[in-house]
Design a protein around this ligand. Structure first.
Ligand SMILES: Nc1ncnc2c1ncn2[C@@H]1O[C@H](COP(=O)(O)OP(=O)(O)O)[C@@H](O)[C@H]1O
Ligand SMILES: [Mg+2]
Length: 384
């Protein structure tokens, strides 16, 4: 049986990963706060785990908190705990994760998503180590916890824009460890792939498939907008679908066969709702139907956002709607339904402008061209 830590290793032979390994060793030897930066799926959490596992705190807990997944008040109780009666449903006192991580490490993921008030609470905690549970008037405990924070945002930009506290940024940024996106270290693809193929083959009790040279070359030239997480998902699909024990070009997911724009704009520019939704589908593998269609139908998303999302996707797929269906995590059979939905709500975006040189219309996977709706067709019914 695989032990939980068996796969806790940073794979890759690129110079960038070599530097990251040295930085992990250095961070493990000291007790300073660490800020891990990099796009979604690059390995920030694995880095935090390796630092903890290599440090003197390894015999105590490593607790992970995803700051983006909880509302401000839930995050506060999660971190600091609460006293009985502090809110409806608080039937008993509860310790927070910071107390549970005493003498250990807390990994605060997506720290860039915290509210100003939460940033204030964190700063106070970092300065004093004091825990004040929600609903309590006094300091309950003083704990010794090492903080490793991570973000896929550029926090200096947040500081400049006034959305992230400068004093908190400097507190956290004692050791900064940056993980470059996979497209900047494509030489790591073969080792990562081989590791994931072996891992999933063991999990599914299948033979480890052999990757043909041309298929490997294709994987090494893809832009991997979802980084290592996306590669891991691809490896899992390849193992599950592999019949012959060989992976040839036609076995690769179509998305990998498309040229991608070098830098996904979503990850560098200021992020809007469409960027978050894009990440939900492309990196966290949520389906378009639940991530976008449902909120759109309940009018929580505007048409402009939906159009921006489609545009972003078409940029990645070189204007191909069929591949976009796959990129947005729908079965290929949903292609027509997807297009009909976009047409019906006037959110279909003309694909021609996104065609790249490699993706000349004549060379494309066959696709029914759809004329964009004219502006007279526009429906101005109340929609936010
Ligand atoms: N260099 C690497 N070697 C092995 N596995 C990796 C590597 N980088 C990322 N992974 C794996 O890819 C997935 C995404 O990594 P994660 O650390 O969760 O990314 P992030 O926190 O940056 O979004 C995880 O399953 C992780 O184990
Ligand atoms: Mg993560």
């Amino acid at each position: 049986m695989a032990t939980p830590n068996q796969y806790l290793q940073l794979i890759g032979q690129s110079p960038a990963i070599g530097t990251v390994r040295e930085e992990i060793d250095y961070a493990a030897r000291c007790d300073a706060k660490v800020l891990v930066t990099g796009e979604s799926g690059v390995g920030k959490e694995i880095v935090a785990r390796l630092i903890h596992a290599g440090s003197e705190r390894r015999h105590n807990s490593l607790v992970t908190v995803n700051c983006a997944a909880l509302t401000e008040s839930l995050l506060e109780t999660e971190l600091f705990g609460h006293v009985r009666g502090s809110f409806t449903g608080a039937h008993r006192d509860r310790t927070g994760v910071l107390e549970q991580a005493h003498r250990g490490t807390v990994f605060m993921d997506e720290i860039g998503e915290t509210t100003p008030r939460m940033q204030g609470l964190l700063l106070r905690f970092l300065e004093t180590g004091e825990i004040q549970r929600v609903g309590s008037e006094r300091t309950e405990a003083r704990v010794n916890v090492r903080v490793i924070a991570a973000t896929n945002r550029n926090l200096s930009d947040g500081v400049a824009a006034g959305t992230f506290r400068e004093d908190l940024f400097y507190r956290l940024n004692v050791i900064q460890l940056h993980l470059p996106p996979l497209r900047e270290r494509l030489e790591d693809v073969p080792a990562l792939l081989s590791n994931f193929l072996t891992m999933f083959a063991a999990q599914y009790q299948m033979p480890v498939p052999v990757v043909a040279d041309d298929a490997m070359a294709m994987l090494e030239s893809y832009g991997w907008p979802g980084n290592v997480r996306e590669l891991k998902n691809v490896a899992e699909r390849l193992v599950v679908r592999s019949r012959s024990g060989r992976i040839d070009l036609p076995d690769l997911p179509t998305i990998v066969m498309r040229p991608t724009s070098p830098v996904p704009t979503s990850l560098t520019a200021t992020r809007g709702v469409e960027d978050l939704l894009f990440e939900k589908m492309v990196m966290q593998r949520e389906s378009f139907w639940s991530a976008v269609y449902t909120p759109f139908m309940s009018r929580d998303l505007t048409r402009d956002i939906l159009r921006a999302l489609v545009r972003k996707g078409l940029e990645q797929t070189g204007g191909n709607y069929k591949i976009l269906t796959e990129l947005f995590n729908m079965p290929t059979g949903d292609y027509k339904r997807f297009l009909n939905f976009l047409m019906k709500h006037h959110c279909h975006v003309a694909f021609q402008q996104f065609r790249t040189v490699q993706g000349r219309p004549g060379k494309m996977v066959s696709e029914t061209p759809v004329t964009p709706p004219s502006y007279q067709d526009r429906d101005f019914r109340a929609r936010p």
